[in-house]
Write a protein that binds this ligand. Structure first.
Ligand SMILES: Nc1nc2c(c(=O)[nH]1)N[C@H]1C(S)=C(S)[C@@H](COP(=O)(O)OP(=O)(O)OC[C@H]3O[C@@H](n4cnc5c(=O)[nH]c(N)nc54)[C@H](O)[C@@H]3O)O[C@H]1N2
Ligand SMILES: Nc1nc2c(c(=O)[nH]1)N[C@H]1C(S)=C(S)[C@@H](COP(=O)(O)OP(=O)(O)OC[C@H]3O[C@@H](n4cnc5c(=O)[nH]c(N)nc54)[C@H](O)[C@@H]3O)O[C@H]1N2
Ligand code: SF4
Ligand SMILES: [Mo]
Length: 696
């Protein structure tokens, strides 16, 4: 028996639409959903390896309760009833003593978080977190406090652009399938690409211009670009006058930041900066200065990102084909959105434990700042947090300094991991609740904003292979056991879907034909002359941000040179490649075949100084950790930094393929749990220095 199922990929957090082929109850083929024009049948290597995840026996197959010390790998395999009774019992005790606010949960954010947020609200906790402080918070707040739109709503039209500019946005390797396709199409149509990165990633190989910038100096470059655009009258005066506030302050601020000054900071020649400005001004308004994605890097990453987006504004590239545009929700199409599960729950009355939204006002309270959860767990201030659920999130891998985290976790009465893999956190948890894979489960419906907003559905293609359950079911069963079942009055996923669709004129059967339901016939653009809408306090683009200023955070910060580590040390940088998703896929049978271990990129001259040969083992060390990895000696990286792929050096013995292969970067990140960009919320993950020498 054959069937074809439209669903949503779950091999990374991007959630591409897919079509799954099932034969006799087995997944035999996955491709992009051909009904979605931007997607076509394309899929990335991770997406195609969903089949390998599905049939991998090295994933948790039933609920497990820890019987030895944390992390010792001693488990009792139990039934779902026993696991849920155990968790609910612990939660009840914690709630009686400390209240519901003592329960925290972190996940990967995105549209499915309506479910996890609803769970927390039902138990009376405001303490919902995402991974965001180690990912996109800086890029998010850069646009939010400038344009009023969040990062997810700020889009770029790569297909029709004349020039795209990326600052370490490794767009070809750090993949979003629709985006890579659009970039490739734009390049094929003759668009230029400028790529700026201390390391020549694969994206640099596609670029027209590559600048090997001195690490941590993007802000200096952007200040000089803005200086030049203003000084040489290369900006769109009409647009700036009509739609922005704070231009005179910006112009005044950038006066000292000349291209000659920037050359000293960035190592990019002044005349190249000027020539570049002339070139982009000619290509304007069909230009893209990408605000970045994973910008949790340096103490001024918010400002670097904010200035990149301001360059779009100066060039008039706002709601512009070939430039920057804003995603439209169902409302813009005159349609109703999905009903939310959180609306069924009472609003939490306690403030967030991390102070976001109360003391910290310029940061979005929704997902909070995950690194600020740790002091609460450790000190019990402002109030105790005693239970922590890591759902679709691996904090011991994604947050800095796992040893420090483990020490702090000792203050928890309950640590639960809900995962499809044996993550680093799962292995250290008290209870593992194994979720059914994305191919085996239904999710709540998701609304996707865009030029044409739409609703999408992830639905199960096959029955769970093992004793695993979907999250909506886990939430339902836990709430029942906590006496909160009436707040979540659903027995089946169809009940939830029908509730979500209640106010829309969409029926669940409407998803069958294509896998999604489009809410608009034609692309929706705002009227650029008079109809632009910016959800900022002033309704304009706030070059001087009222939200930031009110919170005592300057809109423009005087430039400071990047830090340098101890004498002789190198900055440790990290990132992704096209065929791994963070650490979650290093043990995937198919992807492991493509890449078994990471290597350490090191500059040729720096390697020679240290007697390091290409391919030889080196020792990486600092105060926090020590480990061995193979050197990749190359001219294509700045001498101040070394680079390794994130996600390797796994410590979970049950992941036999990935176990002990390569080196983990997060173990060197000592102290970084408490170092962050105060303006944007991002952890400064690249403020990490290591010694590198030949391994003995
Ligand atoms: N040192 C360092 N730290 C980093 C980064 C870095 O480059 N270097 N990158 C940062 C970035 S950009 C991000 S986004 C974060 C990512 O950090 P995480 O969110 O922790 O990483 P992921 O690998 O996406 O997935 C987290 C967990 O979700 C599990 N999972 C996958 N699919 C499912 C599912 O369907 N259900 C459930 N329940 N679980 C699932 C995976 O097995 C994995 O254990 O890390 C950040 N931290
Ligand atoms: N294949 C694959 N695709 C993914 C993911 C994945 O895990 N695998 N994860 C997804 C997620 S969650 C995210 S957040 C995105 C991340 O996508 P990107 O935002 O593109 O981030 P990274 O891949 O971390 O890119 C890191 C690059 O930043 C460079 N860099 C370091 N310091 C500097 C600096 O000072 N200036 C500049 N200009 N560059 C610098 C590094 O050298 C490196 O090449 O990718 C997404 N797509
Ligand atoms: S980028 Fe690849 S892994 Fe991520 S959702 Fe899309 S197809 Fe799946
Ligand atoms: Mo990310």
């Amino acid at each position: 028996m054959k069937k074809s199922v439209y669903s949503i990929c779950g091999m990374c957090a991007v959630r591409c639409p897919i079509r799954v082929e099932v034969e006799n109850g087995k997944v035999v083929w996955i491709e992009g959903n051909p009904n979605d024009a931007a997607m076509g049948r394309s899929l990335c290597a991770k997406g195609a390896s969903g089949i390998a995840l599905e049939y991998d026996h090295e994933r948790p197959q039933a609920p497990m309760i820890r019987v030895g010390p944390r992390g010792a790998g001693q488990w009792k395999i139990v039934s779902w009833d026993e696991a849920l009774d155990h968790v609910a019992g612990k939660l009840k005790t914690i709630m009686e003593k400390h209240g519901g606010k003592a329960i925290a949960l972190s996940d990967r954010g995105g549209p499915y978080n309506d479910l996890t947020k609803a769970f927390l609200r039902a138990v009376g906790s405001p303490n919902y977190f995402t991974h965001g402080a180690t990912c996109e918070r800086n890029a998010h707040h850069a646009v939010k406090n400038l344009l009023g739109y969040g990062r997810g709503a700020v889009k770029y039209d790569y297909k029709n652009t004349k020039h795209m500019v990326f600052y370490g946005r490794n767009i070809v390797e750090s993949i979003m399938v629709k985006e890579v396709k659009a970039v490739t199409e734009g390049l094929a149509k003759g668009a230029k690409m400028t790529y700026i990165d201390p390391r020549a990633s694969v994206t640099a190989g596609k670029a027209t211009r590559y600048w090997r910038i001195k690490p941590g100096t993007d802000y200096a470059l952007n200040l000089a670009i803005i200086h030049t655009l203003i000084k040489r009258d290369l900006y769109d005066k009409d647009f700036v006058t009509r739609w922005t506030t704070g231009f005179p302050q910006l112009a005044e601020f950038v006066k000292p930041y000349t291209p000659e000054w920037a050359e000293q900071e960035t190592e990019i020649p002044a005349e190249e900066i000027v020539a570049f400005c002339q070139e982009v001004a000619e290509d304007a308004p069909h230009v893209i200065f990408h605000g970045g994605w994973m910008n949790s890097r340096y103490p001024d990453s918010l400002y670097a990102s904010r200035m990149a987006v301001i360059i779009n504004v100066l060039l008039g590239s706002v709601e512009m084909p070939g430039g920057m545009w804003f995603a439209k929700g169902p409302g813009a199409a005159g349609r109703k959105g999905l009903k939310t599960l959180v609306d069924l729950m009472p609003k939490p009355t306690d403030p967030r434990c991390d102070g976001v939204g109360t003391e910290i006002k310029h940061i979005d309270a929704g997902p909070g700042l995950i690194h600020l959860l740790y002091p609460c767990i450790e000190t019990g201030k402002p109030y105790p947090v005693k239970a922590y659920f890591a759902y679709r999130h691996d904090p011991l891998l994604a947050n800095p300094d796992p040893e420090e985290q483990k020490r702090i976790f000792e203050n928890l009465d309950l640590l639960v991991s809900i995962d499809v893999n044996y993550s680093e956190t799962a292995w250290h948890a008290d209870v593992i609740l194994p979720e059914a894979t994305y191919l085996e489960r239904d999710n709540i419906l998701q609304a996707v904003s865009g030029l044409k907003p739409a609703f999408y559905r992830r639905q199960k293609a096959v029955e769970p292979l093992y004793d695993t359950k979907p999250m909506w079911w886990i939430v339902k069963e836990l709430l029942k056991r906590l006496g909160k079942g009436d707040l979540f009055p659903f027995e089946t996923i169809e009940d939830i879907w029908n509730y979500q669709l209640k106010d829309t004129d969409v029926k669940i059967g409407d998803f069958d034909a294509k896998g999604f339901v489009s809410l608009a016939k034609d692309p929706i653009w705002m009227d650029r002359k008079d109809g632009l809408k910016f959800p900022t306090p002033s309704g304009k683009i706030e070059l001087v941000s009222s939200v930031m200023e009110k919170a005592g955070v300057p809109s423009f910060k005087p430039y400071e040179k990047p830090s340098t580590g101890p004498e002789g040390s190198l900055r440790l940088t990290h990132g992704r490649c096209g065929y791994q998703a963070h650490g979650q896929s290093t043990n995937n049978p198919a992807l492991h075949e493509l890449l078994k271990e990471n290597v350490l990129w090191i500059n040729t001259k720096e390697a020679a100084k240290r007697g390091i040969k290409d391919g030889a083992m080196v020792e990486v060390s600092n105060d926090a950790a020590r480990g061995k990895i193979r050197a990749y000696v190359t001219d294509f990286i700045h001498p101040d930094v070394v680079f390794m792929l994130h996600g390797f050096g796994r410590t979970v013995p049950a992941q036999t393929r990935a176990y002990g292969k390569g080196l983990a970067d997060q173990i060197f990140a000592k102290g970084l749990l408490s170092e962050w960009d105060k303006a944007g919320g991002g952890v400064t993950l690249l403020e990490c220095f290591v010694n590198v020498q030949p391994a003995s």
